[in-house]
Design a protein around this ligand. Structure first.
Ligand SMILES: *Cc1c(COP(=O)(O)O)cnc(C)c1O
Length: 369
């Protein structure tokens, strides 16, 4: 019995009729990029998040790049983020010419440690990008407060957290703008690349719309230097189908996560910490152990896939050596990088599979004592 980290084929089979019908419809429509499905999806995602505007773009990384660009952030500016995230968060900051400034994470939630945020703010700081890592939102109230005090823009990197909540408010509805990715493995994923920016700011929404189509509103009339970063109709049609299932899938993820919590409750294995104000959508389920390698090998030998998110924190990446960070500078992120391991979690995983996974993990733990 092989158990993948995520079973996208099983998910497709469960909605095959709806997806196949969407393909037929789009193919027959003759409109393949930025058509009525994209427009409808933009409205549906905005409404889902409780914001006014959605702008479909080519991927989550572009969502971040275009948002930073639209806010006029660039050379000489600093943008605060954490080092414990996918590279794209920092890459987007560098791509517009600004400098990422890394703040350590809270060792329990893995999100930005808001108590360490203020000390990193300089006169060059223009924005904060809180990343809602692994499906749990960052502590947004203090972040918004600090941002207001220092006149900073807050862009939520909500790529892993569509549907998550913070004190009853949806991911994407608290910052000045928020970015989503529809990469296939995300909680709401398409069958290719896709992304979206959501915001309540009408000028920002317009600017991002300009940027995604070569800075032009009227064909062949260009107002600014833009990008080619559009969402296509097939992906939008798939996402509209899947959006109707998202809450049900997120609920199943939560249930499966809680079952793992129970299975590990009498062991030394660290399990995800969910803050009392958070409703996580468990994009990933991370266990934590100083015996990570042994656990990974044992699972692998039994045909169970695992992955390390993220083995090298961004401040220690070769490309960011020029920023001058050293090992030990952001200890909580570094420790998490050494000790965490993502194990299979997806709506279709069975209790028997989860039990098998937990037994193997716990047997490694017993063997070492
Ligand atoms: C996936 C992801 C991105 C990038 O999204 P793409 O669609 O792959 O470009 C950015 N930030 C985070 C936190 C992500 O998980």
């Amino acid at each position: 019995m092989m158990i993948p980290l995520l079973d996208l084929k099983a998910q497709y089979l469960s909605i095959k009729d709806e997806i196949d019908a969407a393909i037929q419809e789009v193919m027959a429509s003759g409109q393949y990029i930025l058509g009525e499905n994209v427009e409808a999806l933009e409205k549906e995602i905005a409404e889902y998040c409780g914001v006014k505007y959605g702008i479909g773009v080519a991927n989550g990384t572009d969502a971040l790049v275009l948002t930073l660009d639209a806010f006029g952030i660039g050379k000489g500016d600093e943008v605060i983020a954490t080092p414990y995230t996918f590279f794209a968060t920092a890459e987007a900051i560098s791509r517009v010419g600004a400098t990422p400034v890394f703040v350590d994470i809270n060792p329990y939630t893995y999100n930005i440690d808001v108590t360490k945020l203020k000390e990193k703010i300089t006169e060059k700081t223009k924005a904060i990008i809180p990343v809602h890592i692994f499906g749990q939102m960052a502590d947004m109230d203090p972040i918004m407060e600090i941002a207001k005090l220092h006149n900073l823009v807050v862009i939520e990197d909500a790529c892993q957290a569509i549907g998550a909540e913070y004190k009853g408010r949806k991911a994407g509805s608290i910052g000045h703008a928020a970015c989503f990715s529809f990469f296939p493995t995300k909680n709401l994923g398409c069958y290719g690349d896709g992304g979206m920016v959501v915001t309540n700011n009408p000028e920002l929404a317009l600017r991002i719309k300009l940027l995604r189509t070569h800075g032009s509103q009227k064909k062949y009339h260009h107002q600014i230097i833009g990008y080619n970063s559009r969402l296509d109709e097939l992906q939008a049609a798939f996402l509209r189908v899947k959006l109707r299932h998202l809450d049900e899938w997120n609920t199943l993820r939560r249930e499966k996560a809680h079952y793992y919590d129970q299975l590990f409750s009498k062991s030394q294995i660290g399990t995800p910490f969910v803050a009392e104000w958070a409703d996580s959508v468990f994009h990933l389920y991370l266990i934590r152990s100083t015996y990570r390698e042994k656990i990974q090998v044992a699972l692998n030998e039994n045909g169970i896939s695992t992955a390390v998110y993220y083995p090298v924190p961004l401040h220690l990446q070769p490309v960011y050596q020029i920023l001058g960070y050293h090992e030990g500078d952001l200890p909580c992120a570094e420790e998490a990088s050494r000790e965490t391991l993502a194990i299979p979690l997806y709506p279709e995983i069975s209790p028997a599979q989860q039990m098998k996974i937990a037994e193997i993990i716990k047997s490694v733990e017993i063997a070492r004592d």
